[in-house]
Write a protein that binds this ligand. Structure first.
Ligand SMILES: [Zn+2]
Length: 305
């Protein structure tokens, strides 16, 4: 929902390629990245990310940021996960964005169908103030989720198998779930909202005359199951800045509009919020996030009887 500046440090050059990206939350209607060369890494005094890792991005819930502390959130659930309902099911896991998107605006800015018109192929995604990129976060959580689901007997289809590529475009991501006739689909994202907002939210499709019309109702059930289980497993509260109790109904998301299988998009937290960023940069929390998503998918599938 916000404009963010984002930076990349290409290993090959040692220089930061500064990209000015317009990121509309995630999934983004954004006309994305316009490359702007070249700022030495961390040298831009106007950008908060140039300060490098700070206490607000340090791992651990105790390293709360400038805003509300995650320590105030309910304690996360622990103990065994009940993923029995995913056995034998086909599940699409879509880690948002891709690590190479930053360097290829000519690809990700191409317009693709979105069910109600067209929008950009993909966007760069956001990042924490210390430079932990959303694409890396979503791929890590997605990888953890896939491991959980496969170990419980699910057949998993992934939209990308690395964090070094570009895309695929949002319409292709939806098509992968549709073509696999997935029983359920989830897109994993993190938001880049103003720093004062925190918490997660789950996007569900609105009824907008798109292919998703047929799965609006089932996706609403899915959204509630994912919300409840993600919140319980992670202890992260519902968003303080968008949606209603962690649910946000959207008609402008290509990946939702084009889906013909039940699907939600989860904004796991706000990367620009110090407290949320502290959790997202902590692998222990990323595992809990994956567990929360897995439990939500399983609860949805179990509800089908
Ligand atoms: Zn995103």
């Amino acid at each position: 929902m916000t404009r963010v500046r984002a930076f990349l440090r290409p290993a090959a050059t040692g220089l930061a390629v500064a990209l000015l990206a317009l990121v509309t939350g995630c999934g983004s209607s954004a006309p994305a990245a316009t490359p702007r060369m070249v700022t030495p890494a961390g040298s831009d005094p106007s950008d908060p990310s140039s300060a490098g890792p700070g206490p607000s991005d340090s791992p651990g819930p105790s390293a709360s940021g400038k805003t509300k502390s995650p320590g105030a959130a309910p304690a996360p659930a622990s103990g065994p996960l009940n993923l029995a309902a995913v056995a034998g099911k086909t599940i699409l896991v879509d880690p948002g964005h891709n690590g190479g998107n930053w360097a290829h605006p000519e690809i990700i800015n191409q317009l693709v169908p979105m069910g109600t018109g067209s929008k950009a192929c993909d966007t760069t995604g956001t990042q924490t103030n210390s430079g932990y990129q959303e694409a890396a976060f979503t791929f890590d959580v997605g990888t953890r989720l896939v491991a959980l689901l496969r170990s419980a007997g699910a057949r998993v289809v992934l939209t990308r198998d690395s964090n070094s590529g570009v895309g695929p475009c949002v319409d292709k991501r939806a098509a992968l779930g549709n073509n696999a006739r997935a029983n359920v689909a989830v897109s994993i994202h993190a938001d880049g909202a103003p720093a004062g907002g925190h918490g997660f939210h789950v996007m569900e499709p609105a009824r907008v005359g798109a292919p998703s019309n047929a799965i609006v109702a089932t996706s609403q059930v899915l959204a509630l199951k994912v919300r409840d289980n993600y919140r319980a497993r992670t202890g992260i509260p519902a968003s303080s800045y968008i949606g209603s109790d962690g649910i946000n109904t959207r008609g402008d998301m290509a990946g939702l509009n084009l889906s013909t299988v039940p699907k939600v998009l989860v904004e796991c937290g706000n990367m620009r919020n110090g407290g949320d960023a502290a959790m997202m940069t902590n692998p222990t929390y990323r595992q809990r996030m994956a567990e929360g998503l897995a439990a939500g998918l399983a609860a949805y599938l179990a509800s089908l009887g």
